[in-house]
Write a protein that binds this ligand. Sequence first.
Ligand SMILES: [Zn+2]
Length: 351
Amino acid sequence: METVELLQTLCDAFGPSGFEEEVAETLQRLIAPYVDEMRVDALGNLIAIRRGTGDTTLMLDAHTDEIGFIISYIEENGFLRFTQTSGWDARIVPSHALTIRSDHGTFVKGYIGTPPPHILRPEDRDKPYKLEDLFVDIGVDSAEAVAALGVRVGSPAVIAYPFEQLNEQVVMARAIDDRAGCAVIVKTLEALAGQELEATVVACFSVQEEVGLRGATTAAYQIEPDIALVLETTVAADYPGIEPQRRPTRFGHGPAVVVMDNSMITRGATVRAITELADEHLVPWQYRIPYGGGTNAGAIHRSRGGVQTGVVSIPVRYFHSPYALMRLDDFENTVRLVTEFTRHCPGLARR
Ligand SMILES: [Zn+2]
């Protein structure tokens, strides 16, 4: 599938943590031509296997969940209270449109309303809203009307905004974290179609990363990889107000190689294997400056007796907010690097 269409399809799929079924179903259709077998495990991880000629197993991981919300209380007059599944800065949540998935499988639109300046008390003007004070207005006026729509305590929700292409190089979407990583795996499998590979590639589309690497924990245990590569998106902060040393990555400088975050310190040999491969194949790359964060690598590298694990992340601006921006050249260069990594895998595993 053409890259922008692929990104749009994956980014617009509904999948807050714990409710990733639509993303997994979409991915099953997309990768079916390129893999030998697939299964969805008890937690909802989609695990797809492409058999190689040798006995090395490479796990490619990307997470299917996105930061989202869950309905927590229905007011008698039809307003909905909600909480986040994880990952949100509560200050930026007010005044956005939401999509709620109902028990009927339909999507119900709503708006996180806030009072206008006309009726705000002067002392409240500079105060950020707390999540527990916010509510969703879905345009009905009773709890019965909410129930009739199939919305209840526990209904999942995400921000409502659709994928947009700003120009030939930049796209903007709600769930780029980490559907772009999922798309890298799809494109890598597509690029390697029909080629003989020594490594058995296990593509793992993991659930519940945003709530604590839960899917990757059980997936890595089952897969028992010899080597793993996590495909993620990460903070690009090359915009006004952020000093250079607090910019983990920059837009347009290629895939970012993670050396350390809060979940893993990448082994030096693994970092060198990735960066030397990028240099050999003329793929631009950058280090991700260590500055907080974490990925599924945190769970995978500690699985069983330990797994040699690397992380390659696409720089994304405005991470964990209603929209994130990504450059297509950074995406394509990440696909090139991961494709070469997969081709050279058994050699890299022995370093
Ligand atoms: Zn992520």
